[in-house]
Write a protein that binds this ligand. Sequence first.
Ligand SMILES: Cc1ncc(CN)c(N)n1
Length: 225
Amino acid sequence: MEESNKEMLMIQKWLNQHNELYTSATRHPFTLSIRDGSVDLSAFKRWLGQDYIFVRAFVPFIASLLLKAWKESDDDSDIEVILGGIAALNDEVSWFKREASKWSVSLSSTVPQKANLEYCRFLESLMSPEVDYTVAVTAFWAIEAVYQESYAHCLSDGSKTPEELKETCQRWGNDGFGQYCHTLQNIANRRLEKSPEDIISKAEATLMRVLEYEVEFWNMSRGET
Ligand SMILES: Cc1ncc(CN)c(N)n1
């Protein structure tokens, strides 16, 4: 391993080593099509309905992370950070309902697609008490960071995001959420620094699984499955 990687924090090292996979999640054709204004609105509506189902499954996952933080964390401020995420989710669920009615998407009749079911099943597996807090908080950071990077890109220079999709992009692409993701990354790095080799490799494998599920989730908006 080259010298620079030794001082580098674990997450940064992994993002370098798995840059292709990270890019496939954060620069997916679906979000690139939002950024260049060519997005197929039926793909956007498919994504909206599926993501509402995911966010509902995300709630118990964050609740389980709060419990792991309470039991295992060496730093009490982690609990407040995670609590902030739970509070934001409360607002997020109502945002989905408003946005769905704006697009006449019926959330109650949306059927979870295969990629969604598999991702939610993976989330549920991370809720098990056997899964270490360090592994779970690394997953939490990755899940949030993919959306933050993807949607921030739809708002950055040169973007031609349609006006009616800007609010969606702002939801995850805003600077405040960017700060929040950096806070999560710091928590994950702090925990990884003190972790034994087996936990570190579990966290790396989990990060890669999250990125793969995120790519499949974006692919789902194409509506093939
Ligand atoms: C699939 C997915 N991944 C991440 C996020 C951001 N919480 C989301 N809403 N949906």
